[in-house]
Design a protein around this ligand. Sequence first.
Ligand code: SF4
Length: 110
Amino acid sequence: MKKVGIIRCQQTEDLCPGTTDLMMAAAGKGGFEAFGACQVVGVVSCGGCPGKRAVARAQMLRDRGAEVVALASCITKGTPIDFPCPNKAMMLRAIRAKLGEDFPVMDHTH
Ligand code: SF4
């Protein structure tokens, strides 16, 4: 079972407890389909706008055992209010550069 760390949008913490992310990871559905059922080893926020803290937080998740890091759909798809993060592409690029090409970074959770 893959160990996954999830990074979410800090701005949506008031609106969403991440229930669907956790359900999808446990079931190996949605963005997790390629990995099957996953064990969530940590859930952190991006650290707030503009999202630069997400890079160090992704590294921290890996250091704590994550074999996959996932940006939650609140960041990349804008769920649950249809308002994607304007910095999602930069965040993804910086995290991928930090963790290396071979380390899987998912761009959505469901
Ligand atoms: S940087 Fe993006 S993901 Fe982070 S709080 Fe701001 S809008 Fe949300």
